[in-house]
Design a protein around this ligand. Sequence first.
Ligand code: SF4
Length: 325
Amino acid sequence: MDAGEPRYYSYAAYMRNSFGGRVQKLSIDAGFTCPNRDGTLSTSGCSFCNNNAFNPSYCHSDSQLPQRPVKPITQQIEDGIAFHQWRYRKARRYLAYFQSYSNTYAPLSVLQRRYEEALSHPLVEGIIIGTRPDCVDDRVMDYLARLAEHHYVAVEYGIESCYDATLSLVNRGHDFATSCRAIELAARRGLPCGAHLILGLPGESYQAIVDEAAIINQLPLHSVKLHQLQVLKDTLLARQVEAGQTDVPQIPLPQYIALVCDFVEHLRPDIAIERFAGEVPPRYQALPQRAWRHDDGRYVRNEQIAPMVQAELCRRNTRQGSALI
Ligand code: SF4
């Protein structure tokens, strides 16, 4: 095996295979909420969730104080394109990524207006809809399938864990069977489907996390995003930790890289990996002492994680799916 050869199937490679070139995702906050916030299931949300921490500033009218209502979608797209063209000069084609909260949690007529506004932008080639697995049904998915006849349309579900005990512990408000059903709804219609997973949730052992790869392999998924568990301000988890009600062991970076590599070795090689970890601005960290830092004190940046995973897989002389052979 060549040490320079990618040891995992990156999302960038998946997008190149799908589009024949670079396509940039533009995060959109369409102003939706979620049933785990609005009182339908709960008002406290998933215990780890602080949605503001993940939103790019160009979605909001005041970058210092993310708040709703958000900017019009067309303006978010224009601002996102300006932001990315400054950072990545080669970016010319875009996908509108409905990222914040649950982007199928509204009447179909509202969803249609929001999605179709994004798709009407001349540089937007498709949409990616991030949502909860319990916020989709046949009607919404049939509509997405109709859109997919003329555009790229993908769905991303927050699965977070394959274990019902964990999902209950983090107040997720749905079980794993619901995630499986939602993925099937997308697969039956030929819609590319991604899943978010958080590694290191309370109560999950190292082996239990690695074993999730085998469960994920059984699902018709196209991509995964992996995140480390972070304790963010203004979350149920931060309050639980402060009150001594839950123990969230910190995973040091070398151990996290080893965990990710073990997971990747057990993951089906055709599932693209979009990210290995999440990054939020330090001001959102409830326990900043737990954030990963270099020896000189600088924070470890997200883009530094993938090369570490690649280096560790090279050191082991393994690759994505090699444990399945
Ligand atoms: S993580 Fe998603 S589903 Fe959970 S509370 Fe936050 S927005 Fe709602």
